[in-house]
Design a protein around this ligand. Structure first.
Ligand SMILES: [Fe+2]
Length: 270
């Protein structure tokens, strides 16, 4: 098996890859990466690592030193996992692609973060239909060294699993994940910075999210986010700004209260 296990699995009607998380143990087949794969990593890595200073949270820069990425080689996830184990105890769990939400949250409840092992091609550097390894690993993994952020994701996953059969709640929790872990901004003493992996892995959205006059940038408000729809096919028109990762974790009780309201409303709407 190469590093395109996604090709071996069927997708459900939502486009999620169906495979048995408990039975199937996917691994990164490191020796299968081609020269072109390493070249793609190098181009994307070098472009964005030059772009990020003074734009990304200092916690990400601390993290990227810890996880041991190299500019000219696709990261070896076994080695990255050793570094993560020694910091927050999280690990990267190899998946074929986007997987159903129940499995996604179950894995994160157990400190396992989903990542693919395939990379975009040289022809697709800036356009992707679904997240590849550069997004999953370069975008997300350095902040898996940050304990408050990890604790937030774990608690959010536990909450999602409590309501896993309630579509309205799962959609609301998905919004919270989207506007923080994927597209969050943080106000640091030195200035506004990005931390969401969807921005970190996109050189275009890095500058757009920080400097464009088009989008709104508003203070983080968990209650508002739970009721704010998002769009997947273009840059965001609204970004929520936290002032610390502890703030995310500390918002869990507010999130739980609002989620319970959404659950009640969804029962009334039936
Ligand atoms: Fe992501």
């Amino acid at each position: 098996m190469g590093n395109e296990p996604k090709n071996l699995y069927q997708q459900d009607s939502n486009g999620y890859y169906i495979y048995d998380v408990a039975q199937t143990h996917l691994e990164q087949n490191y020796n299968d990466y081609t020269e072109d794969d390493h070249k793609v990593w190098q181009i994307l890595f070098e472009r964005q690592i030059k772009n990020l200073p003074n734009k990304v949270t200092k916690e990400y820069l601390k993290g990227i030193d810890i996880v041991g990425f190299e500019n000219d080689k696709v990261p070896n996830l076994k080695k990255v996992n050793q570094f993560l184990a020694a910091t927050t105890g999280w690990e990267i769990h190899v998946v074929p692609g986007l997987i159903p939400v129940k499995e996604f949250f179950e894995l994160m409840q157990n400190k396992k973060f989903c990542a693919t092992t395939w990379l975009r091609t040289l022809e697709q550097l800036d356009y992707l239909e679904e997240p590849d390894m550069f997004h999953d690993v370069f975008g997300h993994v350095p902040l898996l060294t940050n304990q408050p952020l990890c604790d937030f994701v774990q608690d959010l996953s536990t909450l999602a699993l409590k309501y896993i059969d309630n579509t309205a709640v799962i959609e609301a929790i998905g919004r919270l994940y989207w506007f923080t872990i994927e597209f969050g901004l943080i106000q640091e003493r030195q200035g506004l910075r990005i931390y969401g992996a969807g921005i970190v892995s996109s050189s275009g959205e890095t500058d757009y999210s920080l400097f464009s006059t088009e989008p709104q940038r508003v203070p983080f408000n968990a209650t508002e986010i739970l009721r704010t729809p998002y769009y997947k096919d273009h840059y965001q028109n609204k970004y929520f700004v936290i002032y610390s990762f502890e703030q995310l974790y500390n918002s869990m009780s507010e999130i739980e209260e609002e989620v319970e309201k959404i659950a009640q409303e969804s029962l009334l709407a039936v």
